[in-house]
Design a binder for this molecule. Structure first.
Ligand SMILES: C[S@@+](CC[C@H](N)C(=O)[O-])C[C@H]1O[C@@H](n2cnc3c(N)ncnc32)[C@H](O)[C@@H]1O
Length: 355
């Protein structure tokens, strides 16, 4: 806070997240990230740069060895997470498996199980995962001999969001901690949709209208990061994305009133990120307006069915379903200031409703 105005702080680092030693121990509350996907062709060149042996094994048509070498590079990043996270902190990893023919061999490369194993070995608790369903209607989606059993393979139409926690549940003990957690509450109807284990973003606005196409940047939707940040952290927490790409996690943290740090190997993304930052206040505030509107529509239907709710939000006076939503506060993003060295300061106003 400065002059009573809430602020959050964000740091964008162009560098290699295999070395996160600059990030102090136990300084991060939540990691939201999506690494390059091993054995998906668009990332071969990058993995080849991280370890030239990858390219050699691919040329030698040894898929299993290439898969292991690629994951060995990712493990150098995962290896820092335990140290930088606070006790009770969360890790959310968006990852897809790969199917690929190498020589005569067509097979599944199970990235999600490989990463799960790695984090379990470090001591993380694995918690129920979310399937992000990415339906494709491409006519070529069926592989193999389609109508004739038994030679066809099912199509991969989902990705994973793997969820891990460092140890036991995070305690909220002091009155300010408890108040901040209550202020960070979700609406009941949001909780019901967001804590489902299948997400499908059909019909939900997904991006900032990225100038680089999602296919080229492999960006995940803004909504994906926004939900995870709101579900697994509280306001003013610090969120890390060690594979920041086009900056989506940082934007979600800004929109949700959290601090963030993002690390990205390719300096070429700087311009894309800067361009999107200019549009972020509008997007973040539209998302808040959407949440409010969604809540009003939901409550009208809910109260028509069940009668008036006994609970009202203390700040805004509108009805809510549970007592856990009575202290929920929404903040409007006012301004993003660029400081030196990839640092950004974001200021907010508390949302005021007319009347
Ligand atoms: C799947 S993309 C992440 C996309 C991101 N979630 C977004 O919404 O734009 C993976 C990113 O990790 C970056 N990357 C790969 N290896 C890295 C490393 N060792 N250090 C930092 N960034 C790395 C890639 O350049 C790429 O931008």
């Amino acid at each position: 806070m400065s002059n009573g105005v809430k602020e959050t702080f964000h740091q964008l680092v162009f560098g290699d997240s295999r070395d996160l030693s600059e990030i102090p121990p136990e300084s991060v509350d939540l990691v939201v990230t999506s690494p390059p996907y091993p054995m998906i062709q668009m990332w071969d060149e990058l993995f080849g740069r991280l370890n030239p042996e990858v390219a050699a094994t691919l040329r030698g048509q040894d898929g299993s060895a290439a898969f292991e070498l690629m994951h060995a590079e990712l493990e150098k990043v995962w290896g820092h997470l335990w140290r930088v996270l606070k006790a009770g902190g969360w890790v959310c990893v968006n990852i897809g498996d790969a199917t690929r023919r190498i020589g005569k061999n067509f097979q599944l490369y199970s990235n999600h199980s490989r990463i799960t194993l790695c984090l379990l070995r470090q001591g993380f608790q694995s918690l129920p995962v979310i399937l992000w369903r990415k339906q494709t209607n491409a006519p070529t989606k069926f592989l193999g001999s389609g109508m004739l059993p038994a030679g066809a393979y099912v199509t991969l139409e989902h990705e994973y969001i793997l969820i891990f926690r460092k140890g036991e549940k995070r305690p909220f003990v002091t009155p300010p901690q408890i108040a901040n957690r209550r202020g960070s509450a979700l609406f009941w109807e949001e909780r019901n949709a967001w804590y489902s284990d299948v997400w499908d973003f059909k019909g939900i606005r997904q991006s900032l209208g990225q100038p680089v196409s999602r296919a080229r940047s492999a960006a995940f939707p803004f909504e994906l990061a926004y939900r995870l940040v709101n579900m697994y952290s509280v306001r003013n927490d610090r969120v890390l994305d060690p594979f920041l790409g086009t900056g989506t996690t940082m934007f979600a943290a800004m929109a949700a009133g959290r601090d963030s740090i993002g690390v990205e190997l390719e300096p070429g993304f700087a311009e894309v990120i800067e361009g999107q930052l200019a549009r972020l206040p509008q997007l973040a505030n539209e998302r808040i307006a959407e949440r409010l509107e969604g809540h009003a529509v939901f409550m009208a239907a809910y109260e028509a069915r069940k009668g008036a709710s006994p609970h009202r939000n203390r700040h805004y006076g509108f009805p809510v379903v549970t007592s856990q939503e009575t202290d929920l506060i929404l903040e409007v993003l006012r301004d993003i200031t660029r400081e030196s060295d990839g640092r950004y300061r974001v200021s907010y106003d508390r949302l005021e409703l007319p009347g």
